[in-house]
Design a protein around this ligand. Structure first.
Ligand code: HEM
Length: 149
């Protein structure tokens, strides 16, 4: 169960990053061409949010599965009192909060004419928070880029 969840969590990261970059480029195109906001644009932002939400749920499940020895090992490798999965989880939860709160604000307060640029700023901010919290292989507590079954 843990292995399958970790594999899914590891690969879903690429779906979220690639999907996020696609949405950013799409929003850039809308801003540059100054075309009107359409229903399909809402759908792209929604789909990114949904994948992100599932990834966070998988992450929380993984966190609950971390046993004591595993947590101690992660602690020692980081050489710091706070284990990286905790920092990782807190930053990812914060990113999810920023994304969902920001999305609600954009829909309520931002006129259609400025919606693409507002979502662009929100997406770039959210992706930056996600990118800094991923355990990239070059970090002390790094994990593989592509985990195999
Ligand atoms: C509240 C949200 C999250 C929590 C609590 C969480 C928790 C965890 C935990 C506990 C691990 C280590 C699992 C283990 O070694 O058994 C892990 C690994 C990882 N997490 Fe998360 N995670 C969250 C969100 C995310 C998000 C949003 C992403 C990326 C979009 C992400 C990307 C990764 C990656 C790439 C790994 C390494 C996987 C591997 O070892 O191959 N996490 N996460």
């Amino acid at each position: 169960m843990h292995a399958a969840l970790l594999l899914t969590h590891s690969w879903l990261r690429w779906v979220i990053l690639a999907g996020g970059v696609y949405v950013v480029l799409h929003l850039c195109r809308i801003c540059v061409s100054r075309r009107a906001w359409q229903g399909r644009d809402n759908y792209l932002v929604w789909a990114f949010g949904r994948a992100f939400l599932y990834q966070v749920l998988f992450g929380v499940l993984l966190y609950m599965m971390l046993g004591e020895p595993s947590a101690r090992d992660l602690d020692r490798r980081l050489g710091q009192p706070v284990p990286w999965p905790l920092v990782h989880g807190v930053v990812m939860l914060a990113a999810l909060g920023v994304f969902h709160g920001g999305k609600a604000l954009v829909y309520r307060r931002v006129p259609l004419s400025h919606r693409a640029s507002a979502f662009l700023a929100l997406m770039v901010g959210t992706l930056a928070m996600i990118a800094v919290s991923i355990p990239w292989p070059f970090l002390t507590f790094g994990r593989p880029l592509f985990r195999l079954p």
